[in-house]
Design a protein around this ligand. Structure first.
Ligand code: ADP
Ligand code: MG
Length: 459
């Protein structure tokens, strides 16, 4: 067999057998062969972007070489991956795509343009690719996000990002939206938290018509849906979202989804919804390594026009291991100290400032999710019960206790707590914390319960 196109078809056939469907479509859908040089033992493969290129080089090179041999009977020992789109290859042009264009820092004209973009629904300019630090832990998610912003709806659809709270999922979503708008200011980008989607849906039902609601969401070019774990226990909204998904996906519109767990772990959802989530690309985000945490801190300092000794940055980065939000919290405390004392903090004062956060070793691994789990276990209710909307007393009390513990153990802000407990308003959280404090003052029994849960948290 010598026709390169046929050989590549054969190679794809072989790879399809050994890879999962998701991986195969994600990585090989837009690849093609450019040339094979049997004498040199070299093949040139066209790939759509820099991200796929490095992925191919790292992960699939050996498999491709093996498949090439199986199909053609020739030993090809090296492969060059060239960034090219199919269209370009038809025009015989080997020009490289301006890879990484989306991660260019936003300059002021860009900012202004974005500000005026009428199609940016719910996007915050605070979160961009240029202030997202890439490192071990978030590399894949970042790369996939860039690719999506570059060519929405073409590859990785949907893009599903998951990871614990405070690791940058929301940040990446906004960054995708902003970068996509900068590339194409006329595209319609909609960002929503799933809770907002639910509220809109309920409001539409109350008004007696879904037309405007559907028109709004189904006309998106890019729909960014944050925190879909809140879909659990909301059958009607799930159904509506499923249909929205179908329409958008069918029309090759980009969908990006985040969740605190992978699709498979969203067991309470319908199978058809979970399988849609798995159609495209799934990328997880983990806590970045220490070096990356240092880079994040340095960047945050720079953004705020503040400078800290390297040893202090290193100390914070070394000791705060939970999530980036906590890392920011530690930095904020340090800056507040500086502003109060009008002098640069020394390492020993930073130690003291962070004592609260760091005192208890177990605290380091404490997260909102762990609090919810511990409370749910104690009261023998499910996680969705706690974050859900049901107002039965046997659920309301554990929910309020969870909020109280997040406030007292994690020192989370009221809006953050609201976010983590089913997207509730900060006033609801304030009320809950006050109420639990009042009860604790009066009731020994309750005090003991809460103490038991606290013990569990630090066990
Ligand atoms: P999540 O949505 O996963 O809970 P967020 O996107 O809200 O997390 O991130 C929490 C905070 O940490 C935000 O202020 C975000 O800007 C910051 N952050 C997270 N990851 C990074 C990163 N890699 N570089 C810079 N800032 C980050
Ligand atoms: Mg988030």
């Amino acid at each position: 067999m010598t026709d390169p196109q046929k050989i590549w078809q054969g190679v794809l056939g072989e790879l399809e057998l050994i890879l999962s469907k998701a991986n195969f479509t994600t990585w090989f859908k837009n690849t093609f062969i450019i040339s094979i040089d049997e004498e040199k033992g070299q093949a040139v493969i066209g790939v759509p972007n820099a991200f796929t290129k490095s992925w191919m080089e790292e992960k699939y090179n050996t498999a491709i070489i093996k498949a090439l041999f199986n199909v053609s009977g020739k030993t090809i020992s090296s492969i060059l991956y060239q960034i090219q789109t199919l269209k370009q290859s038809h025009h015989q042009s080997a020009m490289e795509e301006p890879a990484g264009a989306v991660s260019e820092p936003l300059n002021t004209t860009h900012k202004e343009q974005f500000h005026e973009a009428p199609n940016a629904h719910g996007l915050s300019r605070r979160y961009t690719f240029s202030n997202f630090i890439v490192g071990a832990g978030n590399q894949l998610a970042h790369g996939a996000s860039c690719a999506v912003a570059e060519e929405p709806g073409v590859r990785y659809n949907p893009l599903f990002l998951y990871g614990d709270v405070g690791l940058g999922k929301t940040h990446l979503m906004h960054a995708i939206g902003i970068a996509a708008l900068l590339r194409n200011p006329s595209s319609r980008v909609i960002y929503i938290n799933f809770e907002k989607f639910t509220n809109d849906y309920v409001a539409a039902a109350r008004k007696g018509g879904f037309d405007a609601f559907r028109e709004h969401y189904r006309s998106a070019d890019i729909l960014l849906v944050d925190d879909v774990q809140f879909m659990i226990d909301k059958e009607k909204t799930q159904e509506e979202f499923f249909n929205t998904f179908e329409v958008l996906h069918h029309n090759e519109k980009q969908i990006v989804i985040t969740s605190d767990r992978p699709p498979k772990a969203l067991i309470e959802l319908e199978d058809r919804m979970i399988s849609r989530f798995e159609w495209g690309m799934i990328a997880d985000i983990k806590m970045p390594d220490q070096e990356t945490r240092r880079a994040i801190l340095e960047n945050k300092c720079k953004e705020r026009g503040f400078s800290l000794e390297p040893e202090i940055i290193a100390y914070i980065a070394e000791n705060i291991k939970n999530n980036i939000r906590e890392l920011e919290g530690a930095l904020n405390k340090t800056i507040a100290w500086y502003e109060l004392n009008h002098k640069t903090p020394s390492l020993s004062s930073v130690r003291e400032i962070l004592l609260n956060v760091l005192a208890d070793p177990a605290r380091k691994s404490l997260s909102p999710r762990r609090i919810i789990e511990a409370v749910a276990e104690f009261y023998d209710v499910s996680l969705p019960d706690i974050t859900g909307q049901c107002r039965k007393r046997e659920l309301v009390l554990p929910r309020q206790i969870a909020m109280y513990l997040m406030r007292n153990e994690l020192e989370n802000s009221y809006p953050t707590i609201g976010q983590n407990i089913g997207g509730r308003d900060h006033t609801t959280v304030m009320y809950a914390c006050q109420k639990i404090e009042d009860i604790l003052e009066k009731e020994d029994r309750m005090r003991k319960d809460v103490e038991d849960i606290r013990q569990k948290l630090y066990r």
